[in-house]
Design a protein around this ligand. Structure first.
Ligand code: BJW
Ligand code: ZN
Length: 234
């Protein structure tokens, strides 16, 4: 069923969340060992928290950058890179900021929540790629002298409008949507599955547990992304 749908898809859209990187050793946000458990999200991932204590927020990001730098894409990431090369129209929409999809080889990719490896100046707005681990100065500053922030979408901030527009378009026109490793509680990303479904796509969920989407989807595959995704391609 699901493997046939994926193999015969002409317009395949994939939405990923932190679960796909779990098997690479990157903690998810809301599960056991999730980042939210060890650090209060509201202390770290909001513009208010950054204004209050930029050093604390940057220390958290510096730690996460170190973790990701030592991680490798897993079998789930590789399966999605392979899918991109065989499906006529493919779009990967990710909520992840870790860059592991790119390292696995995906290029037709929309990063909804930004990227861990890019900084943005809080004054001049200039964005710069920076892959240094650890950062030599915390908090880092721009050449204009102002504070840099991670180029990441925090709670209460809008998603990049062009990226979001393209994501909605991909979900609306897909014949199959794969939803992989997301708790589907963060909006607007979580609205993409109902949008695809209402537009006629078959929706397949791959997750180790149930989510608010599980009752809506056409097929729920319970298991680890690194095991289930490669099987879809066999
Ligand atoms: C496995 C597995 C394995 C484990 N294999 N599976 C409508 C209703 C209600 C609230 C809102 C709404 N619209 C907006 C909001 C507010 C807010 C929101 O959604 N809040 C909810 C939490 C209630 N949204 C926003 O603020 C967004 N902005 C916005 O809407 O702006 C509007 C605006 C317009 C104009 C002007 C101003 C504003 C922005 C959201 C940004 C989210 N950012 C974060 C943090 C970034 C910081 C960082 O990364 O450093 O992004 S939140 C965090 O959650 C992160 C993730 O991308 C995101 C999603 O989490 P994800 O990926 O689903 O991970 P988990 O951990 O939750 O789930 C993992 C799943 O994997 C689980 O299901 C496991 O079972 C599974 N799993 N191992 C397969 N091996
Ligand atoms: Zn600047």
């Amino acid at each position: 069923m699901a493997p046939d749908w994926v193999r015969s898809a002409k317009r395949l859209c994939v939405l990923t969340g932190a679960g796909i990187s779990a098997e690479s050793g990157i903690p998810t946000f809301r599960g056991p060992g999730g980042l939210w458990r060890e650090y209060r999200a509201e202390d770290l991932a909001t513009p208010e928290a950054f204004a209050r204590d930029p050093k604390l927020v940057w220390e958290w990001y510096d730690w996460r950058r170190g973790l990701v730098a030592q991680a490798e894409p897993n079998a789930g990431h590789h399966a999605l890179a392979q899918l991109e090369s065989v499906v006529p129209e493919f779009t990967l929409i990710t909520q992840n900021v870790d860059g592991l999809h790119r390292r696995a080889g995906n290029r037709k990719m929309l990063e909804l929540h930004g990227n861990l490896w890019r900084t943005r100046c809080t004054r001049c707005g200039k964005e710069v790629d920076d892959t240094r681990v650890p950062l030599p100065e915390i908090p880092p500053t721009c050449e204009c002298g102002a504070l840099l922030r991670p180029a990441i979408v925090w709670f209460g901030e809008p998603l990049p409008p062009d990226v979001w527009h393209n994501a909605e378009e991909a979900a609306r026109t897909a014949d199959v949507l794969l939803v992989v490793g997301t708790s589907a509680v963060v909006y607007p990303a979580a609205s993409l599955a109902p949008l695809a479904k209402a537009s006629g796509a078959r929706v397949i969920e791959i997750n180790t547990g149930a989510t608010p989407l599980s009752d809506l989807v056409d097929c729920s595959l319970r298991g680890a992304a690194g095991e289930v995704l490669p099987r879809l391609l066999q």
